[in-house]
Design a protein around this ligand. Structure first.
Ligand SMILES: Nc1nc2c(c(=O)[nH]1)N[C@H]1C(S)=C(S)[C@@H](COP(=O)(O)OP(=O)(O)OC[C@H]3O[C@@H](n4cnc5c(=O)[nH]c(N)nc54)[C@H](O)[C@@H]3O)O[C@H]1N2
Ligand SMILES: Nc1nc2c(c(=O)[nH]1)N[C@H]1C(S)=C(S)[C@@H](COP(=O)(O)OP(=O)(O)OC[C@H]3O[C@@H](n4cnc5c(=O)[nH]c(N)nc54)[C@H](O)[C@@H]3O)O[C@H]1N2
Ligand SMILES: [Mo]
Length: 584
């Protein structure tokens, strides 16, 4: 038995999780004869300290799944009929490059769009780079319901995206529309929060659903779905009117507090309570606990972005952090600078395409335009109506719009109406089933990657390769790199993936080998950075009152209106529509 065992080649490789969310857990991956046989949390990783979630554990099953795509495919029957023929990579890439160039020759590429779902690593940035150097303005993402409302609201209000600081443990945590234990949203690991709670921090949870977090909360607030803005205004009203603000910070570092005070006088707590279904005393209690317990951190989640006034809700929560003195102070929500790698703007070659903003499909969506993406529904409507102009060719990577966009029937008609659709996937999803060609991708553990490039949480993780991908599966980044070269843009692309990774790491004075050894690369964080240079806004202060919003015709202060569309036109959903649907 001993000699048989020694013939088996076993290895334990350290890497980081990716792709089922924004990633972050350090992992120990056990490999035997080139196959992954075990995955566990890395006890030495400072982020997860050995924990791992269900998604992390399911990776082996996912990588070895019998239904995984293993060959490039071309449709051989009608669209969606499920008949395919295998083609070679050379054929697939040549066809794709030809379809891109055909569009560019016809209308400058106006009718060509790229699309991605949840970003997973470097591949979204490479997609934007390819689009920019081809001068294609449309990169379609679900950003309008994921992350972008919070990012724009935060950037406009204080100049950075604040992240929870669980390292200097907060004494209270306000979890607002986040299901962190199951989702590890934005690379913040649920077990980081759990450790803080085990250390005795108070917990307030705001969620219509009794989540695991809600069941252990000191105070669980169960609002009417979508009423978060009214609830935030109610808490602000109590904090301001009971004098629970951090006076020194408000005086020195905020602009527009007097306007806020006056604005809040326009609401009664009774009215906000009716709008939110939360009793007045509970709104007041949540406000008092959050404002009086220092430091307190706000763990916000995706739920606040799944409603019609997401940016204003995020603005109200930004103001909540600021007036209580929890913005950029240890144990609150802090400004973690990125490590000194190649800046995303440089990586995507934004200077190759300065006129992008004018060419966007929907420049009237100013905040989306500011972030440079096309909201998904704008693209769907352009395909269906030809307005403001048609989209005819689409390349989708790492996304399944048929399931993840609103209005599946409309999305289905749109995808079917395209002249040409290519989908890069690991499975033949409902979206991929509507494609003209399908490209089988390699995925995490199967190539060198870094995570999560471009996410503003202040660190970068070396997601090193563990095993070879199935023979014909290729990483998205390599597909895009190859497409760029086939479109005659060699000078913007690399001989191989390592050269690309090395270029990103160069400003940090290292290459990918050094990075693998380091594991984590952190930005140089110092608390209260505003004391040195002010906040990154025109006034150098936290802009409670936002004059840029006023100029653009948006509410300069977060404003709740009774006439926001609600189910059945009745905020209580009475009459014909007694139920409210919400999703997690
Ligand atoms: N009703 C409802 N709709 C929602 C949401 C909700 O909560 N409720 N959430 C919204 C949010 S926040 C988001 S971000 C979107 C997500 O929208 P999508 O990203 O479109 O949805 P996913 O199902 O995550 O699709 C990701 C796809 O990527 C594939 N994939 C995994 N790894 C790789 C890889 O390495 N390369 C490639 N090419 N493919 C890969 C997976 O097989 C999967 O099919 O959905 C949004 N839509
Ligand atoms: N298992 C798993 N993990 C994932 C993903 C996945 O698809 N599956 N997707 C990843 C992605 S792309 C994202 S963006 C994140 C999202 O992760 P999270 O930010 O945690 O968001 P959700 O889980 O969609 O919703 C969080 C909570 O909001 C509650 N909620 C619903 N409606 C409302 C409301 O109106 N107000 C309030 N206050 N709460 C409400 C829900 O009950 C839920 O418990 O997860 C990432 N991680
Ligand atoms: Mo998301």
């Amino acid at each position: 038995a001993g000699s048989a065992l020694s013939a088996v080649k076993k290895m334990l490789i350290k890497t980081f999780c990716a792709r089922m969310d924004h990633g972050g857990c350090g992992l120990l991956v056990e490999v035997e004869n080139g196959k992954i046989i075990g995955v566990k949390g890395d006890p030495d990783c400072s982020l997860n300290r050995g924990t791992i979630c269900a998604k992390g554990l399911a990776q082996i099953e996912r990588l070895h799944h019998p239904e995984r795509l293993r060959h490039p495919l071309r449709r051989s029957g009608a669209k969606g009929a499920g008949r395919w023929e295998k083609i070679s990579w050379d054929e697939a890439l040549a066809l794709l490059a030809e379809k891109f160039q055909e569009r560019i020759a016809r209308d400058g590429g106006k009718s060509l769009a790229f699309a991605q779902g949840t970003p997973k690593g470097l591949e979204l940035y490479l997609m934007i780079r390819l689009a920019n150097v081809l001068k294609i303005p449309h990169v379609v993402t679900p950003g309008s319901i994921c992350h972008m409302p919070r990012e724009t609201a935060a950037t406009i209000t204080c100049g950075f995206f604040p992240v929870p600081d669980y390292d200097h443990p907060p004494a209270a945590v306000l979890v607002w529309g986040s299901n962190l234990f199951q989702t590890n949203e934005e690379g913040i690991i649920g077990s980081q929060l759990r450790r803080v709670l085990e250390g005795g921090a108070k917990l307030i949870t705001i969620d219509p659903r009794k989540t695991a977090l809600a069941s252990r909360a000191d105070l669980w607030i169960q609002p009417r779905p979508g009423a978060d803005l009214a609830l935030a205004l109610g808490m602000l009203k109590v904090i301001v009117e009971e004098g629970l603000t951090d006076r020194e910070f408000v005086e020195k570092w905020t602009a527009g507090f007097p306007e806020l005070r006056e604005h809040l006088q326009g609401y009664s707590l009774a009215q906000l309570s009716a709008a939110t279904w939360v009793p007045e005393e509970k709104i007041a209690e949540a406000a008092r606990v959050y404002a009086r317990t220092r430091p307190a951190c706000l763990q916000w989640g995706n739920a606040i972005e799944h409603n019609i006034h997401s940016v204003q809700t995020a603005r109200a929560l930004m103001i909540l952090k600021a007036v209580t003195g929890n913005l950029d102070s240890p144990g609150g929500n802090v400004n973690r600078p990125s490590p000194p790698t190649l800046r995303p703007g440089d990586f995507v070659q934004s200077k190759s395409f300065p006129e992008k903003r004018e060419k966007l499909l929907a420049p009237e969506y100013r905040l989306a335009a500011m972030m440079g993406f096309t909201p998904s529904q704008v693209a769907v409507k352009a395909i269906l109506t030809g307005k403001p102009h048609p989209l005819r060719t689409m390349y989708i990577q790492g996304g399944n719009p048929l399931l993840s966009y609103a209005h599946a029937a409309e999305t289905y008609s749109a995808l079917k109406k395209l002249d040409f659709l290519a989908v890069a996937e690991i499975f033949l999803t409902p979206t991929a089933q509507l494609a003209d060609i399908v490209l089988p991708t390699a995925t995490n553990f199967e190539f060198d990657d870094m995570g999560h490039y471009g996410l503003p949480h202040g660190f970068l993780l070396a997601r090193q390769k563990v095993v070879d991908p199935p023979e014909e599966c290729r990483p998205d980044v390599l597909i895009l790199n190859e497409l760029g070269k086939q479109c005659g843009l060699e000078k913007f692309f690399w001989p191989d993936l390592r050269s690309c990774l090395d270029e990103v790491l160069k400003p940090a004075g290292m290459n990918y080998e050094d990075f693998k050894n380091a594991g984590i690369l952190k930005g140089n964080w110092k608390p209260n950075s505003y004391e040195r240079s002010g906040f990154g806004t025109p006034s150098k202060k936290v802009e409670i009152y936002c004059s840029r919003f006023r100029e653009w015709g948006y509410d300069p202060l977060p404003t709740y209106r009774e006439d926001f569309p609600a189910p059945g036109g009745d905020p209580r959903g009475a009459g014909n529509y007694p139920l409210i649907l919400t999703s997690a």
